[in-house]
Design a protein around this ligand. Structure first.
Ligand SMILES: C[S@@+](CC[C@H](N)C(=O)[O-])C[C@H]1O[C@@H](n2cnc3c(N)ncnc32)[C@H](O)[C@@H]1O
Length: 243
């Protein structure tokens, strides 16, 4: 068994593709600076290729640093806002390697943390139920978690099953608006009346707050942005209206 948990590299295919384009462009730019004759045309061409390299290498670096360092700061930010009592039954939607699932379990005493995921490899490298379970064992919380394989758009849970629902950088992976709204509607359905939700995401995240406001969620707050992966990450908070 590993000694340290591994919370996964997000968007690995994008990192590989952009990193490769950036490195090749940088090498061509360096070769052009050395071998092209010194005139204005060579200067313009070389500068353009350096710009291409910069354009691809900077987001490659910010994406990688987000996964390796900055997302842990946002995990702590989310749990500060939630201030769990320790007795909750929590669901983490799109749990991946367990960043929030295990983060919640560590804050629970009598409660339990559930995670659900489809284990999409494009969204997180080496994504699997076993990898998440191994992280939970390393963190000493395997008795406080339960992992489910399933789609967030049709969750295998009864309505009103959870006191708290979390999610981090998962819902934006559904590219179609109507399908994302199915996931948001499912989150509302499986949340107990009076239960709270906390969702970290990029992309269309501000629209989640609007959706929640018009679908039975009160006290909706949109916090941020944080530039965790280079682009804007928002934290959406809310509470399901009591029955
Ligand atoms: C970028 S990863 C983030 C994982 C984790 N929440 C974290 O912050 O490290 C997105 C996760 O969403 C999962 N996912 C994508 N579409 C899903 C769906 N329709 N239902 C359940 N999980 C999904 C992926 O398998 C992946 O684990």
């Amino acid at each position: 068994m590993r000694e340290k948990p591994n919370y996964g590299l997000d968007a690995p295919a994008t990192i590989k593709k952009w990193g490769a384009i950036g490195i090749v462009s940088l090498m061509i730019a360096l070769a052009a600076s050395i071998y092209l004759p010194s005139n204005w045309w060579a200067y313009i061409v070389t500068t353009f290729i350096y710009c291409v390299a910069f354009f691809f290498l900077v987001p490659t670096a910010t994406l990688t640093m987000g996964s390796l360092w900055f997302k842990f700061r946002d995990r702590d930010w989310l749990f500060e806002q939630l201030a769990l009592t320790g007795n909750e039954v929590v669901l983490d939607v799109g749990c991946g390697h367990g960043l929030l699932l295990i983060g919640a379990a560590k804050r629970l005493t009598a409660g339990k943390a559930h995670g659900i995921d489809l284990w999409v490899q494009e969204d997180q490298a080496s994504n699997s139920r076993d990898a998440t379970l191994e992280n939970a064992k390393i963190e000493g919380v395997e008795g406080k978690i339960e992992i489910h394989s399933g789609d967030m758009r049709k969750m295998p849970f009864a309505s009103g099953s959870f006191d708290t629902i979390t999610s981090s950088w998962a819902i934006h992976n559904i590219h179609n608006k109507a399908e994302r709204e199915k996931a948001l509607q499912e989150i509302i359905r499986v949340l107990k009346s009076g239960g709270r939700l906390a969702i970290l995401d990029i992309g269309h995240a501000p629209s989640y707050a609007e959706f929640f406001k018009t679908n039975g969620i009160t006290d909706v707050q949109l916090l941020g942005p944080h530039y965790t992966f280079g682009n804007k990450t928002y934290l959406t908070l809310g509470k399901k209206q009591s029955a």
